[in-house]
Structure formats: C-alpha cells, structure tokens
Ligand binder design. Sequence first.
Ligand code: TXA
Ligand code: MG
Length: 334
Amino acid sequence: MTKIIYMKEKNNEDILKECAMSIRNGGIVVLPTETVYGIGANALDKNAVEKIFEVKKRKKNNPLIVLVSDIDMLKCIVKEINSIHKTLIENFWPGPLTIVFDKNDILPDNVSGGYETIGIRIPGNTTAINLIKQSGVPITAPSANISGMPSITDPKVAYEVFDGKVDYIIDDGISTIGIESTIVRVETDVVNILRCGKILPEDIEKLGLVVKISSDIPSKNNKHYDIGKNSIIVAGNEKEILEKINKYLKKNLDKKIGMIGFDEHYDIFSSKIEKYIKMGSINNYDEILKRLFNTLNEAQKTDVDIFLIESLENSGIGQVIMNKLIEVSDNNFM
Ligand code: TXA
Ligand code: MG
C-alpha cells in the first residue's frame, strides 16, 4: 500500500518521520525536489537500491544520483572535495547542480551502476532536506519516472504512475524548476557539463571557471523523452512558424494533428486541429520550462497521428528546452 503525504496539510511532522524511518529501513519513496520528482531509497542499502532499478525499469549500468543534506554527509561518501568543487558548492548548493565525485566504498556498487564515481547534490527543497536529515542517510534521487518516459513535476502524475509500486509519495506541489539538474564533472581545472539544466554554462563561467560541454554521460545512448508518437519541430521566427503550420494543416487534412505551442497561438489553431497543448507564453521561458514535463505527459496521453511543436529561441533556457524537444521529435524539423 502506498501512503500519500500532503505537505500542504499541517501537522504532518509525524508521518514525515515515519517516512524517513521507512527509508532507513529499506523503503522506497517518491519525493519532491526543486527540479523534478525523484525516487528515494537509502543509498547505503544495496537491496533498497536494487528495488529502485526494478521500479524504474532502469538499466543496471545507468548510475543513480544521490541527495545529501549537508557537507558532512557528502564527506562520508566521497573521496575528495577539491577547490573547484568547493566553488561550485558555495555558489549553487542547495540547488539544481549535480556534481560527480569519486565515490568511496561505503556506497554499494549498484548505486553507481558499477562506476567509481557518483553524482551528488543538496536539493533546494526543504521537505527533501528534512527527509534526508531525519533518515540520517544519503537518499538516491533518480527522476521519478519509468525509464524512457518524461520526468514528473506534478505529484498527481507521480501518483498515477507509482501508486502501489512505492511505500510513500510525498506531495509537495508542482516542482518549482521543472527540469532535471545540470550535471558536471571536474577534470583537472575544467568543468565538464554532462547534462544542461537550469544552471547554464555561462552561470559557471561567471565564476571564472573553464567550462566544456561534454555528453560523455553513462545514459548517452538512452532516449529520455518519448511521447510515443511522431512529432515535428516547426523552426523559424514567429511569422515563419505560423506560415509553415498553416501550410501543413492545408496539406494534411486527413491527419489527426496535435500541437504543442505558445499560449498566444491557441486561438489561431485550436479549432483547426484535434488538440492544442499550451506550453506557456512566448514571453516567459521559465514558465515553459516549469510546465515542460506536464506538457509532454499530456502529449503522451493524447491520441493523434502527429504533433507539431513550435520552436523557441535557441539560446539560454530556450536552448535547454529546445534540446529536450529535439529529443522528443527524434531530430525531426520542418
Ligand atoms: O534533478 C535531477 O537530477 C533529478 C532529481 C530527482 O534529483 N534526478 C535525475 O536523475 O534526473 P536521473 O537518474 O534521471 O538522471 C541522472 C543522470 C543519468 O543520465 C545518469 O546516467 C547520470 O545522471 N549519471 C549518474 N551518475 C553519473 C556519474 N557518476 N557520472 C556521470 N553521469 C552520471
Ligand atoms: Mg531521468
């Protein structure tokens, strides 16, 4: 039986404690973070970690990342914290930056998928930090989704997917950021960005550090974003996008067409197609980011032949969102 904990309700300290004890004793919990929801287990418990791989249907060689509540806990599970690590920690923790460290032997091998390294962060979510503190152990936090499906930022979706499969689901509302953490690995004096999230390369460069973009991540050959149907990204400026879509609709009257587009274009297209999913305002990319996984989850549930996806400006947060959409569309552009 899965118990749900609503953080909005008062007096839930006791049940959160119960949940922390469950983690300590091998339980599995869907927990909030500021990026996306995660699946937590005691990272020091090999059997609990094993359950995470089963529930997520995750490949055994794809390492999990781990959350800690403070630097003392970090020190217990890694070999070395160098001066660049310290700069990154001081500037970005608690927050959406996962740093890859050399792990020590207290962590079982299955957490890191057999790798000698482990990705760690202090999350920027008070409930998550309290949970780690109360359980007294580092907690795993791969994204709470079945492998290959979009990540989850809405606790209602977490409930649909994980009810009956985990011991607790902690509902702390919609994730505030809405996209997975940026992951970095420091090599000599270079910060390699393995996955880009809300923290951008330029945010790290501003600290005077040398940054390199690298996609050398254990999961590089996996597909992370699949809505289970064909999709095309409509490229260009706003005017070009609108023209291309109108042309496409005229040519494809026999198709059931869905769109993922800006709120501002809803009135233009919603009556001409099967389903228009609003991704947010053309003027507020942070909002689009925050809603992205809900948008993709909704697309996944919608029965159409094809989705047309309006493109964003390819820089800063726009580029981060575009990278996810490009993955969804399998690099399909028009
Ligand atoms: O924001 C996040 O990072 C969320 C929240 C829930 O914490 N978690 C998350 O976990 O996105 P996951 O498992 O979905 O993605 C972690 C990624 C995977 O692509 C994995 O291959 C990579 O991190 N990774 C894990 N350990 C690594 C390591 N030692 N070196 C390089 N990449 C690693
Ligand atoms: Mg994931």
